[in-house]
Design a protein around this ligand. Structure first.
Ligand code: GLA
Length: 392
């Protein structure tokens, strides 16, 4: 991919890049919609990612090309406030430039960008966060700055929230930033602290992409965000010292129910229990002998809760998870990411094979008329500089 992006850069801009940065996509392991509620979450950075080459320009233009999207973009640093159209991929790199400037670092010159990706878009693996992290790492390498990895993760989330306009939590950017081969990333989203937990050896991750998405996926995400906000307001009226929804004591969930309508109550019920599931899974993964089936059960329970309480699953995802539940080699399976379509993940033993995955997909096809796209994922490292022109 590095050679590919260098070649794309050369043919597009007639020059060599000076920096190439790389950032991974991610799988949400467990912790569905806990992040923006101040909860905990576990994710895994995957080997699939984005590779982005840059070179500083002498003027204030920002030009971007991508191997997978036909439209190249050209923008000026002086017009960043005018956001590009919603459909344009330029919102992510431009949003990052905008967010970095909003955090006090002013760019004098624009950049040429070339992007190559092997994160399947629309598979719930957060190609957008990978693009944000790769952009930030690449451009920051070209200037003097004091941002830490955590600062960069926060800036990328800020870009997504305030430039792209999605009220997401810190999961996607955090996992892309703090990924580590053979490890999960654990995030305490309230304190924004990041850690790594070893992945039990011999276990594997599979993605089954339904290729079906609710047409209102973005507004449904925002709706859930608001419902949780509503739940938090009521929780706070009962416990004025709490700082976020997950601070509300799980043991007092019933009394919260008396003050909330049934819909926001279901959402809150999901979030508080889901947060507890993440804590339980972290604990189980820390045991000397990890009970894989017991740990995986929490993933199945997470899916059931998303389906029944948070209501962000779909018929397609439910069917995939129920098929996967039939395999002894599958420890756990659940929808991964925002929901309302997208992908299910399965956590399996090494004996779950390509032909097992194909059988799941064919079974899915018999019911829905198209196969589920299968991606076998390895864990990978977080965002980093993959190559830099040596300064002589
Ligand atoms: C999307 C968002 C994340 C998180 C998940 C759901 O991936 O970008 O911040 O909220 O959905 O857990």
């Amino acid at each position: 991919m590095i050679d590919q992006v260098r070649e794309l850069f050369r043919t597009s801009f007639g020059d060599e890049p000076t920096v190439i940065a790389q950032a991974p996509g991610r799988i949400e392991f467990v912790g569905n919609h806990t992040d923006y509620n101040g909860g905990d979450v576990l994710g895994v950075a995957v080997e699939q990612g984005i590779v982005l080459a840059v070179r500083k320009r002498t003027d204030r233009l920002v030009k971007g090309v991508s191997h997978s999207v036909e439209t190249a973009f050209e923008y000026s640093l002086d017009e960043l406030e005018t956001r590009p159209k919603e459909s344009s991929w330029s919102r992510y790199p431009l949003g990052v430039l905008w967010a970095i400037q909003d955090h006090g670092l002013v760019f004098e010159h624009g950049f040429d960008f070339a992007v190559v990706s092997n994160v399947p878009s629309g598979a719930g693996m957060s190609s957008s966060a990978a693009l944000e992290l790769a952009t930030a790492y690449a451009v920051l390498e070209e200037v003097i700055h004091e941002f830490s990895r955590k600062d960069i993760v926060r800036i990328c989330r800020y870009a997504e929230n305030h430039y792209v306009g999605v009220p997401c939590g810190i999961l996607d950017q955090g996992v892309s930033g703090f990924g580590k081969k053979d490890h999960l990333v654990s995030i305490d989203c309230k304190n924004e602290s990041f850690g790594n937990v070893p992945i039990p050896s011999g276990t594997h991750f599979w993605i089954f992409n339904t290729d079906v998405k609710h047409s209102l996926v973005d507004s449904l995400y925002s709706e859930r965000f608001s419902e949780c906000g509503e739940g938090f307001e009521v929780a706070k009226s009962l416990h004025p010292n709490i700082e976020c929804l997950v601070d509300y004591p799980l043991a007092e969930l019933d009394s919260l129910g008396e003050h909330l309508g049934s819909k926001p109550y279901r959402r809150v019920n999901h979030v508080l229990n889901e947060n507890q599931r993440v804590k339980d899974v972290v604990k189980l993964l820390g045991e000397p002998e990890v009970d894989l089936h017991l740990t995986g059960k929490f993933l199945f329970n997470s899916h059931a809760s998303s389906r029944d309480l948070f209501r962000n699953s779909t018929e397609e995802l439910d069917y995939l998870v129920s098929l996967l539940e039939g395999y002894d080699q599958v420890f756990g399976a659940r929808l991964t990411g925002g929901g309302f379509g997208g992908a299910a993940m399965a956590w399996t033993s090494a004996s779950f094979s390509e032909s097992d995955a194909n059988a799941v997909s064919s079974n899915y096809e018999r019911r829905f008329g198209h196969p589920a796209r299968i991606i076998h994922c390895e864990s990978g490292d977080g965002a980093h500089i993959a190559w830099k022109e040596s300064s002589l």
